[in-house]
Design a protein around this ligand. Structure first.
Ligand SMILES: [Cu+2]
Length: 393
């Protein structure tokens, strides 16, 4: 796969420019697209090649100013981020459901427990683009917590970060368990300070696809730094057998200008282009899709050459729409179900084209496409205007 992040002859100033400015500048600049085979860490080169990303060479979350050294990201030649250093891999995250520990209470009810630790951690969100994230259990998104309707849930939260945080769950529960600063500090709840702990406990209801995230102010910054995850409550009767996966649509403001420079599903831009998601032909695929994007009001999911049944918030087993595109605001989520009737590579991406070009694009790989088919998909992808083959006049 060979695509660079979008850029043209855009001039990048020393302090960094916004993503919108970057793309806008690229549109009017000479099409001096330079295929960057690797990372060029420079200031001087910025005027020559144009810059896909002025991502954080230093990237420190606290260093909101003084981004002097720009780092250039490319996915050319299949270049990837260092998943081992990250400590997580979007391909694994896709089907990694965390059911916690269970035991049966005297009442007969199931008690399900997790321990979640907030910690600061540098992660790589695109090749060479490092970001000082705030994480739940060392990953972004945090673990996909999964329970069954009616169970008792207990989440032991440990704040090992340098900042106060909480865990705010979507669902139905008492205010003390809501992870809200200002509510319940006298009882150890509310804002959880560095080094402190709190145990959230509530019932798993209603069934559906929910999420959890930190709720400390400034809220956008705490969420954007990576403190979020999917929270699935299965219906008592379950759902039909399927190949299930979770997709958390997110983004990263790598230069702290309150807009995102990298967009992704499960954190790493273009990850599922480099490593398409393998699915079986005619097998039911169920996607738990969550939008946690900050700084943009809407996000979307579009699949090529196929349609899906859509269940908003997953709270009903009856779909409300048969479509190929769904739009979600911040915090919205839904369950998608589809089958792929033909072998081949099928693109999926945000139908907000700008996001797609900044990382929010992937492929499903159905069956075993021939080498020809795979190569054709990759080649077509690389012919996109920003993909290193020139930009239309
Ligand atoms: Cu926080």
């Amino acid at each position: 796969m060979c695509q660079n992040l979008p850029h043209g002859g855009a001039r990048v100033n020393e302090k960094g420019i916004s993503r919108r400015k970057l793309l806008g500048g690229a549109a009017v600049a000479a099409p001096a697209v330079v295929g960057l085979g690797g990372l060029i860490s420079s200031r001087g080169a910025s005027a020559e090649g144009g810059h896909p990303l002025h991502g954080t060479g230093n990237g420190a979350a606290g260093a909101h100013a003084g981004h002097e050294g720009f780092t250039h990201a490319t996915f050319e030649k299949g270049r990837e981020v260092n998943h081992r250093a990250n400590g997580f891999d979007p391909t694994s995250i896709l089907r990694d459901f965390n059911y916690g520990r269970t035991r049966r209470l005297a009442s007969g009810r199931v008690l399900r427990e997790w321990t979640i630790i907030a910690e600061d951690k540098e992660i790589e969100v695109a090749p060479g683009v490092r970001y000082e994230a705030w994480t739940y259990n060392g990953r972004v998104p945090g673990p996909t917590l999964r329970a069954r309707e009616g169970e008792r849930l207990r989440i032991h939260f440990v704040n090992s970060s340098d900042h106060p945080h909480t865990m705010h769950f979507h669902g139905i529960h008492p205010s003390l368990m809501d992870g809200m600063p200002g509510i319940g500090e006298g009882r150890g709840a509310g804002e959880i300070l560095p080094g402190a702990t709190f145990t959230y406990e509530f019932e798993a209801t209603p069934f559906g696809l929910h999420l959890y995230h930190c709720h400390v102010a400034p809220l956008a910054a705490h969420i954007a730094h990576g403190l979020y995850g999917a929270f699935i409550v299965d219906p008592k009767q379950g759902r039909p057998e399927a190949d299930e996966m979770v997709m958390v649509m997110n983004g990263f403001d790598t230069n702290f200008d309150l807009s995102n420079e990298v967009y992704a599903v499960n954190t790493v831009g273009f990850h599922y282009v480099n490593r398409p998601i393998d699915v079986k032909r005619d097998e039911l695929v169920r996607i738990y899709l969550v939008n946690v994007l900050e700084y943009d009001p809407l996000n979307s999911f579009h699949v090529h050459a196929n349609f899906f049944q859509y269940h908003p918030t997953g709270t009903s087993l009856t779909p409300t729409e048969y479509t190929d595109t769904v739009t979600q605001g911040q915090g919205q989520r839904g369950v998608l179900e589809m089958k792929f009737p033909f072998d081949g590579d099928y693109m999926f991406h945000a139908h907000v084209s700008e996001f797609a070009e900044l990382g929010w694009t992937g492929f499903f790989r159905v069956g075993n496409p021939s080498r020809l088919s795979t190569a054709a998909a990759a080649a077509a992808y690389c012919k996109l205007p920003w993909g290193g083959h020139g930009r239309p006049a």
